[in-house]
Every structure is written in structure tokens, then in C-alpha cells.
Design a protein around this ligand. Structure first.
Ligand code: NAD
Length: 360
């Protein structure tokens, strides 16, 4: 007996915490959602909170997180404050019985992220990582194509995310930008990101005190490799991911709205590979396939609108969200290994996942 329909589901009430650069986007999407009532905008800075509240129809504001969390009419909070504050704010929200969606990076340390996941599970609450890109039509389509076997076995992932960025006060470029690439790779690869080690190289040529340019390299299962380039100092903006497979190669250019995703029916075939040994591999016959290129149709839906819908569904259906705490921890495990590698002069550093939550 299932009497639940969208029209009879009561709206959930959410507070947005943090009204800086990203919070207004959350507020706009929650305000426009049929699933949610935007109950309050909370920021330590009242002017900021008020500006955002005015833009979404004059919802109440608060400068006090405690006041928001004490309101029994609020079901959930969406947290868009700086990374170092995620853990204390999430823990307070979970202790107050609120469901939570928190911005990337999930936490500023994996250990703290694992504590958040444990607490959410113990309290029976949804804790979601807002890995926003996983809710874009492009990434949803990429995941679908890979799952359907259209690319074949994955050989490599190469991701570039560079622009003239804001140098963040509390995180380096790896922790600011790479969560996007890592969460996308984790989302689209069947079985998620399974790197066992990471090599990271960073540079701070302006002497800001943290890496502003970063390169991450990690082996994936089956001999595949992933490389991520993140950079705050590039005058040109590039958002591009190439995913090569044994059958086809996919290129996602997020800054090309006419054709964000292209699938190339091109590649290299190595005939006689199974017989070839390391010494006679040169003798193997290499042939190049030069087939068609096509572009899948993509919906024009805003990612955050999909994210707010998923957050509501996870709460109503009492299940893990698509980008749940476990995915947040997988991303943190790679970032932490990258930190270890930077400390070891770029040597590969083992990835250790502190906590794994079963997906349901
Ligand atoms: N998903 C995405 O694509 C995306 C994009 C940009 C930023 N982000 C993430 O969003 C988060 C916020 O980034 P930002 O650039 O908006 O930062 P920001 O500094 O512009 O804004 C943060 C706001 O949080 C407020 N704040 C801090 N502590 C608070 C507290 N205890 N209670 C209430 N308000 C508090 C600050 O006053 C500030 O207004 C970061 O984690 C960032 O990585 C995500």
C-alpha cells in the first residue's frame, strides 16, 4: 500500500547555513523546489543573510546556528560555510536531529568526516555530500554510458579544472577543486573510485602558503590511470574531462553548452596482445580506429535542483542519498593520501579509507 505521491507529501523545511558565495545558489534552489520550504537563511553576517533572503522572497534570517537548530519545525540544514567549520556545524545539526547536506569538501579531515557519518547513522538521519557535479545532466549521462558499456573497459581518466580562482583561506587547491573531479570519477566509474595510492605534486609560486597548482595521479583497477590537474592561477578557464575506454573515448567540456559531451568512436587496437610478452610487444600489430563522433542529448536541468530533490527523496524514503557520507569519505581518503604524498615529495602514498558505509 503506497499512498505517497508528490502532491500529498508535506514539504520539508530547510535552513541554509552560510550566505557567502555558494549559499545563495542553495537558497535559490530550495526556494524554487516543490519539495522544500526555505525556512531561514543563517549567517554570522546579518547583511549577507538579509541580501540572500531578499532575493528569495524575504524568508527570515538568523545569525545564530543554535537558534536555527533549536527550531523543531526545521527538518534539515544545508551547510555552505568554509571547510574547517563543516565538522562542528554538521555534528551540532545531527545532535539536534536535523538531516544534513554539506558542501564539498565533506570535512577538513577524513577522521572528522567518519565521525559525522557514524553519528548520522546512529541517529537515523540523512547526511549527504553536495557533490554538485554528480547532479548535472552531463555527469548523469556519462555514468549511464559507462554503465551500459558504451566506452568498454576504462583505460584512463584525465581531468582539468583550472581558472583564476579565489585563493581559499583554509584549504589548498587540492581540497578546494579536486573534490569535484574525485567525486565525479567516484560517481561515474562502476564500483566507484578504487585508487590504492596517490601521487601529488603541488606548487605555490606566489608564496601564498598553500598549493595553488596541483597534479594528482592515481592508478585505478585493471591497469587504468586517473590524472587530475587543478589550478587557481590560470587566466583561462578549462573544465574538461577525457575518459578513454577500450571501445570509445568520451570528452566532457563543461564550458561548451552546445556540445558538452562528445563520444569518439576512435581508439587503438593492439592485435595479438594476448600472445605478446613485454619484450615482443613492439611486434604486436597496432591499428587505429577512426569512427564517428556523436553528442548525446542532455536535459538543461540545474544540478542543484536535482540535488535538492534527491535530498528530499532520501529523507522521505529513509535511505542513503546518491552522494552519501560514504562517497564524501572516499573523496577525503584520496585528498588525505595526496597530503601524505606532498609531504613525501610526490611519492605515491597509500589510500586508507577509515569508514565505509554500505550503500542501500
Ligand atoms: N558545490 C560547489 O560547486 C561549490 C562551489 C563553491 C563553493 N562550495 C563550497 O561551499 C562552501 C562555502 O564556500 P563559499 O565560497 O560560499 O565561502 P564564503 O566564505 O563566501 O561564505 C561562507 C559564509 O559562511 C558564513 N559562516 C561561517 N561560519 C558560520 C557559522 N558558524 N554560522 C553561520 N554562518 C557561518 C560566513 O559568514 C560566510 O558568509 C565551501 O565548503 C566551498 O568549498 C561549493
Amino acid at each position: 500500500m503506497n499512498e505517497k505521491t508528490i502532491s500529498v507529501s508535506p514539504r520539508l523545511r530547510v535552513g541554509v547555513v552560510g550566505a557567502g558565495y555558494w549559499g545563495p545558489n542553495l537558497a535559490r534552489n530550495f526556494a524554487a523546489s516543490p519539495d522544500w520550504d526555505l525556512a531561514v537563511i543563517c549567517d554570522l553576517d546579518a547583511d549577507r543573510a538579509q541580501r540572500v533572503a531578499d532575493r528569495v522572497g524575504g524568508v527570515p534570517i538568523s545569525q545564530s546556528l543554535d537558534e536555527v537548530l533549536a527550531d523543531p519545525a526545521i527538518d534539515a540544514v544545508a551547510i555552505a560555510t568554509p571547510a574547517r567549520t563543516h565538522h562542528p556545524i554538521v555534528m551540532a545539526a545531527l545532535a539536534a536531529g536535523k538531516h544534513v547536506t554539506v558542501e564539498k569538501p565533506f570535512a577538513d579531515e577524513q577522521r572528522r568526516g567518519a565521525e559525522m557519518v557514524d553519528t548520522a547513522r546512529a541517529n537515523g538521519l540523512v547526511l549527504m555530500a553536495d557533490h554538485t557535479y554528480c547532479y548535472t545532466p552531463a555527469v548523469l549521462k556519462i555514468r549511464e554510458l559507462i554503465a551500459a558499456g558504451d566506452l568498454g573497459d576504462i583505460l584512463f581518466v584525465d581531468s582539468v579544472r583550472i581558472n583564476l580562482g579565489l585563493i581559499q583561506p583554509d584549504v589548498d587547491v587540492f581540497w578546494d577543486l579536486a573534490p569535484h573531479d574525485l567525486s565525479i570519477i567516484d560517481f561515474v566509474l562502476p564500483g566507484g573510485i578504487d585508487a590504492t595510492s596517490v601521487a601529488a605534486h603541488g606548487a605555490d609560486p606566489l608564496g601564498t602558503g598553500k598549493s595553488c597548482i596541483g597534479y594528482l595521479t592515481m592508478p585505478l583497477s585493471g591497469g587504468a590511470i586517473a590524472h587530475i590537474h587543478v589550478n587557481w592561477l590560470s587566466p583561462t578557464k578549462i573544465r574538461q574531462m577525457v575518459i578513454g575506454g577500450t571501445k570509445r573515448t568520451l570528452v566532457w567540456d563543461d564550458l561548451n553548452p552546445q556540445q558538452r559531451v562528445s563520444v569518439y568512436d576512435r581508439g587503438v587496437d593492439l592485435a595479438g596482445q594476448s600472445q605478446a610478452t613485454a619484450s615482443d610487444v613492439h611486434a604486436a600489430r597496432i591499428s587505429y580506429r577512426l569512427g564517428d563522433t556523436w553528442a548525446p542529448a542532455l536535459a538543461e536541468t540545474e544540478a542543484l535542483s536535482n540535488m535538492t530533490a534527491e535530498f528530499a527523496s532520501a529523507i522521505r524514503e529513509k535511505r542513503q542519498a546518491r552522494t552519501d557520507g560514504a562517497s564524501g569519505l572516499r573523496v577525503l581518503s584520496i585528498l588525505e593520501a595526496a597530503k601524505g604524498s606532498l609531504g613525501a615529495g610526490g611519492a605515491p602514498y597509500p589510500v586508507e579509507i577509515l569508514e565505509r558505509v554500505e550503500q542501500s
